[in-house]
Design a protein around this ligand. Structure first.
Ligand SMILES: Cc1ncc(COP(=O)(O)O)c(C=O)c1O
Length: 380
């Protein structure tokens, strides 16, 4: 395998980065918003150079070969055989979550989210006057699980949509086939559409685990599932804004397109060029990335596990660790740790005050420095 350098820090301070600019004048290591501090695959950077070199940035269309590359990727990696027309290109997955809420059901209908959850899952339903129904996940002691009993109890006749995050941000779960089958059968019983955000699907860290798209877990799943995917987490290109929905059911797809009309812009041409290059030529880089992230995860689990007052469960996927810090500060532990020089995401934004989310997608030296600061803060 080629050598890719994930160790050498890339200067991001004062480069108009959301993650780094939050603390531009303070000595705080930013481990919050979910992008990584690594350069993207060389193939992506080369493709962007080539596109920029041409110098004309007019309106675009999806490049030749892109739909075929995405279809082949889904077939090879997930044994999912889709038709190119099921693809709906989007400038972002948050847009996709919002469009899903707008396109399914009516004002006043219920939308389920499993909490803790990536914040837009909590806000998208309300943006379209849907009722958000929060279903807490359970910490089994060895990991986070869905509470099917509570889920079913939370459903009423007005419940039309479930927003699923698989793999789950922030708890890092890779859902097993049995779990997804149970979930789909509950949705089938109550005629609920599933919007399955699978943006983290290529970041499975446990080698024995596999991502299973919700749409393929059982024959009934596909017709009631809107899947959202993107190369943005996989290849660290979220700022290029290119993602897609996969919707096999023509009715659901038409409603989705209709809900986008006049509001959701075309994907930008650099995002499309990067996506094509990433899915075609970025997989060697991706394999090296996963190895690097696995070692970072090991360090995080080991270090956090040794800190008084902090508890975390095993991270099966993503580069995000979900840490119970309630014994340090029950309402805003991120603020407490910020004072110690580490910038984490506040659990309250995910619906769970007293937790923090730590992004370990960064050079190991920076991660170790942040963990050392956290150790000092909790023991001091
Ligand atoms: C589950 C999930 N969905 C969506 C997004 C953001 O997607 P986008 O930047 O394409 O809107 C994130 C980013 O962290 C995420 O974790």
């Amino acid at each position: 395998m080629k050598n890719f350098d994930f160790d050498t820090p890339v200067k991001r301070h004062n480069t108009a980065s959301l993650k780094w600019d939050r603390y531009r004048d303070r000595d705080i290591i930013p481990l919050w918003v979910a992008d990584m501090d690594f350069k993207s695959p060389p193939a992506v950077i080369d493709a962007l150079h080539q596109r920029v070199e041409q110098g004309v940035f007019g309106y675009g269309v999806t490049p030749d070969g892109l739909a075929e590359v995405v279809c082949a990727m889904l077939a090879n990696r997930y044994d999912w055989h889709i038709q190119p027309e099921w693809l709906v290109w989007l400038p972002g997955l948050v847009s996709g979550l919002n469009v899903a809420c707008r396109s399914v059901g009516e004002r006043g209908d219920g939308v389920l989210s499993l909490v803790p959850i990536y914040p837009p899952f909590l806000t998208a339903p309300q943006n379209f006057n849907r009722q958000l129904i929060r279903v807490p996940m359970l910490d089994s002691g060895s990991g986070w699980v869905m509470d099917f009993g509570m889920l079913e109890k939370s459903i009423s006749r007005e419940t039309r949509l479930l927003l699923l995050c698989s793999p789950h941000n922030p708890v890092g779960r890779v859902y097993r086939r049995e779990e997804l089958v149970e979930l789909v059968s509950i949705c089938e019983r109550h005629n609920i559409i599933i919007c399955s955000d699978e943006i983290h699907c290529d970041l499975i860290l446990d080698v024995e685990k596999k991502h299973i798209p919700t749409s393929v877990v059982c024959p009934e799943a596909s017709a009631r599932t809107i899947t959202l995917m993107a190369p943005s987490k996989t290849f660290n290109i979220p700022g290029l804004g290119c993602s897609f929905a996969i919707i096999s059911d023509a009715g659901l797809r038409n409603n989705f397109y209709q809900a986008m009309t006049g509001i959701v812009p075309e994907v930008n041409i650099l995002g499309l060029a990067a996506t094509l290059a990433a899915y075609r030529d970025g997989w060697e880089w991706h394999a090296a990335l996963l190895d690097y992230l696995r070692e970072n995860r090991r360090l995080v689990e080991q270090q956090i596990g040794s800190m008084d007052g902090l508890v975390m469960r095993h991270v099966e996927a993503t580069y995000l660790a979900w840490i119970d810090a309630r014994s340090i500060d029950a309402t805003s532990p991120a603020r407490y740790l910020e004072k110690a020089g580490v910038g984490l995401s506040e659990g309250s934004e995910f619906g769970s005050p007293g937790f923090v989310r730590l992004n370990f997608g960064c050079p190991r030296s920076l991660l170790m420095q942040a963990l050392e600061r956290m150790k000092q803060a909790v023991s001091g």
